[in-house]
Design a protein around this ligand. Structure first.
Ligand code: FE
Ligand code: FE
Length: 168
């Protein structure tokens, strides 16, 4: 089911398609985060990635809950957007020798991921509410809240410490 196929006829179809998009994305993020844990040097950053890996596993479970609530099969559809963000993150980190600069790059890459998730969850919540699924929106809100908190924490780590060390 591609973006321009005609399989999506209703807002409900679009909601389900987008749920499958973020489900695929969360699973790719779950695979990518252990590599980010390994690459990070700063102890708080490492711990932050580790914590978000655990949260990401919870995001996948909550999405499975939403699929079930909505009575559709839990499955992923290709999401070239997250594949591109993760590929770029990998390319950039492979091009950096300095550990402190690498930490700054890892934060930037992680925030690109969080912002992608934030936009998807925001849209999904709006559509869920429009479709009368405030129950689904409430579950999606829990994921959104954790993505936003992670994004904020990454900003704090960058500005209070990691960017400063990267510039030395
Ligand atoms: Fe997530
Ligand atoms: Fe996330």
């Amino acid at each position: 089911m591609g973006f321009f196929s005609k399989d999506i006829k209703t807002l409900d179809d679009l909601f389900v398609h987008t749920l499958r998009d973020i489900y695929y994305a969360e699973k790719q993020i779950e695979k990518a985060l252990p590599q980010m844990v390994d690459k990070a040097t700063n102890a708080s950053l490492k711990a932050g990635f580790e914590k978000h890996l655990q949260e990401t596993k919870g995001h996948i479970e909550r999405l499975e809950e939403v699929f079930e609530m909505h009575g559709v099969q839990a499955k992923g559809v290709d999401c070239p957007a997250i594949d591109g963000i993760l590929e770029e993150a990998n390319d950039i980190s492979g091009d950096i020798d300095d550990k402190q600069v690498l930490d700054a790059a890892l934060i930037a890459s992680a925030q690109a991921v969080e912002h992608y998730e934030i936009t998807r969850y925001g849209t999904l919540m709006a559509w869920a509410k429009q479709l009368g699924r405030t129950d689904c929106a409430a579950v999606l809100a829990k994921n959104l809240k954790e993505e936003e908190a992670t994004d904020k924490k990454l900003t704090e780590m960058a500005e209070s410490n990691i960017n400063i060390q990267a510039a030395e």
